[in-house]
Design a protein around this ligand. Structure first.
Ligand code: AMP
Ligand code: MG
Length: 185
């Protein structure tokens, strides 16, 4: 029996629309994570944490508008190291999991935060790019965003787009369309 899980992670990060700081200074401000059982394709648990950024601790109006995350939510949040520790504490209560995200951004962002804070990257080498998997399995010539992918399979985005936990939930809802349930065993 397959005891494994898909660990879907979606991060939100500091951002600006006026080049106030470079892309390589973006820092995670929300970790959204959903644990999906590989056998049933059902969500078994979720994790959410805001994260307090240090390089650009004051969120831009653009970032607040894009994500719906407020200044006080990040001010009151743990720092990156603590939030990562809490994420891993939660994830490790599951016997086996594979890190997945929509595209490669979240993997790179997490690596960049780990490097900046001097934390070892805790999720190993294996990563599933669900955006690439979705395009490949559906024979699409171009990779598409989460909202468009949901439309393609007849689903609607539930919650608020660009909120880590909502993005992660919606991405998780696409997994059965990428790895269909085996009906005959
Ligand atoms: P997402 O998972 O699509 O919500 O994006 C993750 C992060 O990428 C956001 O929290 C922003 O920091 C950044 N981002 C996403 N879309 C944009 C955009 N249109 N302009 C600038 N930054 C963006
Ligand atoms: Mg997101």
């Amino acid at each position: 029996m397959n005891m494994g899980h898909y660990l879907v992670i979606d991060l939100e990060a500091t951002c600006c629309d006026d080049n106030a700081f470079p892309r390589n200074e973006m820092e995670t401000i929300e970790i959204g994570a959903v644990m999906v059982c590989k056998r049933t394709l059902l969500t078994v648990d979720e994790f959410q944490s805001f994260v307090s950024p240090v390089r650009n601790p004051v969120l831009t109006q653009f970032c607040i508008q894009l994500t719906g995350i407020s200044q006080s939510q990040v001010d009151e949040a743990p720092g990156f190291k603590n939030a990562l520790h809490n994420l891993m504490n939660w994830a490790q209560s599951f016997p086996e999991f594979t890190f997945c995200s929509w595209g490669d951004y979240d993997r790179k962002q997490l690596r960049s935060d780990c490097e900046f804070h001097g934390s070892p990257f805790p999720l190993g080498e294996r990563h599933i790019n669900l955006k690439a998997e979705f395009a490949s399995i559906r024979g699409l010539r171009k990779k598409i965003g989460v909202q468009e992918a949901l439309r393609t399979v007849g689903l609607k985005f539930i919650g608020s787009h660009h909120r880590g936990i909502d993005d992660a939930r919606n991405i998780a809802s696409l997994i059965p369309y990428i790895y269909p349930l085996e009906t005959s065993r």
